[in-house]
Design a protein around this ligand. Structure first.
Ligand SMILES: Cc1ncc(COP(=O)(O)O)c(C=O)c1O
Length: 426
C-alpha cells in the first residue's frame, strides 16, 4: 500500500504514515468514528474511481455502464436485504448528502420541517442556522424532557399539531437512547407529514439487529456508511415503495451529480460483511462496552446524560467534576484518548466550551477491547478529570493509555506494508 505514492510524493505518504501512527497509538473514542476494514480501503481505491456515470441502471447518461450497472444493482439488492427495506438508493456521497437528497425529493422552498434541537443531539443538516437548508426551509424544533433527558414525545406531538410540518425528522448525533419510531410515525400520520429517520450514527447497530430498526416505520431513512456501519466514507437512503420514484429523481438529478462508484463498490462489500456473525458480534459488544463505560464513569462520580446508554455512545456531564468539556477533551487528547466536547441538555456553557463530552465505543470495540479494558479506560478518564492540568498526572495517564492500546493493533492482520515502511512505527 502507498507504493506509488512513496515514490512520487514522499511528503503526502509521510502524512499518511503519521496519521496511521496517531490512530494506532491513540484510544479513538469519537462517536462518529470507526475503522474501515481493509477491503473497504482497497475498493475505495479501485478502478471504479475512473468511471463517470450518471442516472440509474438501464437509464444512464454515459456509455460503458454495463459493469457499473451490475455493481449498483448488486449493492442495492444487498442493502435492501440487509435492512429489510422496500427500496435502497446508494448514490449519496455521505450522510449529509443523503439528507439533502430526501429534502430534494419531497420538499419545496418554504416547506416546514420539525426536527430535534441541535444543542440536544440534532444534526447540522436538520436545520442549523449555519447550514444552507435553514435558508430554504422553515424549521421548528422539538426537545428532550428536562427530567428524564429522553425525547419529549408529548411535546413533539403538540408542536407537530401546531406547526403542521411537511416533514418530521428523527435521529441524532448525540442521543444515547432508543427512539420510539412507532410513536413518531403516528404523530406524522396524524398531521399528514412525511416521517424521515436519519440513522447515520446507529446504522451498524440496526443492521446487526442489536437495536430496533426505523425501516418499518419511516417513509425515508438516511445514513452515513461510516460511524457504526464501519464502511466507506459515503451515504445511503432507504424508502417505502410508494416513494421510490420521488427519491430517485430527488437524488439524481435533484441533489447529486455523477456517482462515486469506488465507494459504491466498498459499500457493496460492507452490505455483505454487515450480515456476518463477526460484524454482529462486534456490534453487540459495542453496546455492552458503552453500557460498561457509562456504569464505571457513574461509579467515579460522573453524571451520564439520561442515566446511561442503549447504543454506541454516551454523553458525560462533567459539572460534578468541576471541569468543562473543552478542558477534559484537551486533557484526554494529551494522554492519547480522543473524545469530543459536547453540549449537555440545557447546557449553561457556550458551544465552544460545553459542560460535557461525547464518547463513542465503536472503534475501540473493533480493536477487540472488552469490559476489562473499558474499566481501565474509565479509571484513566477519572484520573485525568481529577487533575487535568497536572503534567505529572497526565504523563502517568498517557503511559497507562499507551500500554493498554498497544495490546490491540488497529489492523491486527493487515497494513503490514505500511507499518514496515513507516518511519513513525515504534
Ligand atoms: C445524525 C447525523 N446525520 C448526518 C451526519 C452527516 O454525515 P456525514 O458526515 O457522512 O455527511 C452526521 C454526522 O455526524 C450525523 O451525526
Amino acid at each position: 500500500m502507498l507504493k506509488e505514492t512513496r515514490k512520487t510524493d514522499p511528503e503526502v505518504a509521510a502524512l499518511v504514515d503519521e496519521e496511521l501512527d496517531r490512530q494506532e497509538h491513540n484510544i479513538e473514542m469519537i462517536a462518529s468514528e470507526s475503522t474501515a476494514p481493509l477491503p473497504v480501503m482497497e475498493l475505495s481505491g479501485s478502478v471504479f474511481t475512473n468511471k463517470t456515470l450518471e442516472g440509474y441502471p438501464g437509464a444512464r447518461f454515459q456509455a460503458g455502464s454495463h459493469v457499473a450497472d451490475k455493481l449498483e444493482n448488486l449493492a442495492c439488492e444487498r442493502a435492501k436485504a440487509l435492512f429489510g427495506a422496500d427500496c435502497a438508493n446508494i448514490q449519496s456521497y455521505s450522510g449529509s448528502t443523503a439528507n439533502y437528497s430526501i429534502y430534494a425529493s419531497i420538499l419545496e422552498p418554504g416547506d416546514k420541517i420539525l426536527s430535534m434541537r441541535l444543542d440536544q443531539g440534532g444534526h447540522l443538516t436538520h436545520g442549523s442556522p449555519a447550514n444552507w437548508v435553514s435558508k430554504i426551509y422553515n424549521f421548528e424544533f422539538y426537545s428532550i424532557d428536562k427530567e428524564t433527558e429522553l425525547i419529549d414525545y408529548d411535546g413533539m406531538e403538540a408542536k407537530a399539531k401546531e406547526f403542521q410540518p411537511k416533514l418530521i425528522i428523527a435521529g441524532a448525533s448525540s442521543y444515547s437512547r432508543l427512539i420510539d419510531y412507532e410513536r413518531i410515525s403516528k404523530i406524522a400520520k396524524e398531521v399528514g407529514a412525511y416521517f424521515m429517520v436519519d440513522m447515520a450514527h446507529i446504522a451498524g447497530l440496526v443492521a446487526a439487529g442489536v437495536i430496533p430498526s426505523p425501516i418499518p416505520y419511516a417513509d425515508f431513512v438516511s445514513s452515513s456508511t461510516t460511524k457504526t456501519f464501519c464502511g466507506a466514507r459515503s451515504g445511503m437512503v432507504f424508502c417505502k415503495k410508494e416513494h421510490e420514484k420521488l427519491l430517485k429523481k430527488g437524488t439524481f438529478p435533484g441533489a447529486l451529480g455523477s456517482m462515486h462508484l469506488n465507494t459504491m463498490a466498498a459499500k457493496c462489500w460492507s452490505f455483505k460483511y454487515a450480515a456476518s456473525d463477526e460484524f454482529k458480534a462486534i456490534m453487540k459488544q459495542v453496546v455492552a462496552n458503552a453500557k460498561c463505560l457509562a456504569q464505571e464513569l457513574t461509579n467515579y462520580g460522573f453524571r451520564i446524560v439520561s442515566g446511561g446508554t442503549d447504543n454506541h455512545l454516551l454523553v458525560a456531564d462533567l459539572r460534578n467534576k468541576k471541569i468543562t468539556g473543552k478542558t477534559f477533551q484537551n486533557a484526554l487528547d494529551a494522554v492519547g484518548i480522543t473524545v469530543n466536547k459536547n453540549m449537555v441538555p440545557f447546557d449553561p456553557e457556550k458551544p465552544g466550551v460545553t459542560s460535557g463530552v461525547r464518547i463513542g465505543l465503536t472503534a475501540v470495540t473493533q480493536r477487540g477491547l472488552k469490559e476489562p479494558e473499558i474499566k481501565e479506560i474509565a479509571a484513566i478518564m477519572n484520573q485525568v478529570a481529577n487533575a487535568p492540568e497536572d503534567e505529572a498526572n497526565l504523563a502517568a495517564c498517557k503511559a497507562k493509555a499507551e500500554a493498554l492500546i498497544a495490546k490491540f493493533p488497529l489492523y491486527p492482520a493487515g497494513l503490514s506494508v505500511i507499518k514496515q515502511t513507516s518511519k513513525f512505527h515504534r
